[in-house]
Ligand binder design. Structure first.
Ligand SMILES: [Zn+2]
Length: 68
């Protein structure tokens, strides 16, 4: 293996060099493009996660019908 210089990360949307301010994207526009894709793709999953979050917020209290 020959030493290869670290390639600068490129925007997964358009392939341009990543801007640290918007990484892992090159610009806010590309970041938004990916965000919208992500939101669309996770719409269904988001519904399921809402339940998980609610359960997580509930304090671990003992069940009311725990007779002992
Ligand atoms: Zn881009």
């Amino acid at each position: 293996m020959t030493e290869t210089p670290k390639k600068a990360p490129t925007c997964s949307i358009c392939g341009k060099p990543v801007d640290p301010a918007y990484k892992p994207f090159c610009s806010k526009r590309c970041a938004n493009v990916d965000l919208h894709r992500w939101l669309k793709g996770s719409y269904v999953i988001a519904g399921g996660r809402a339940d998980e979050q609610m359960a997580d917020e509930e304090p671990a209290s003992p069940p009311p019908d725990d007779k002992e």
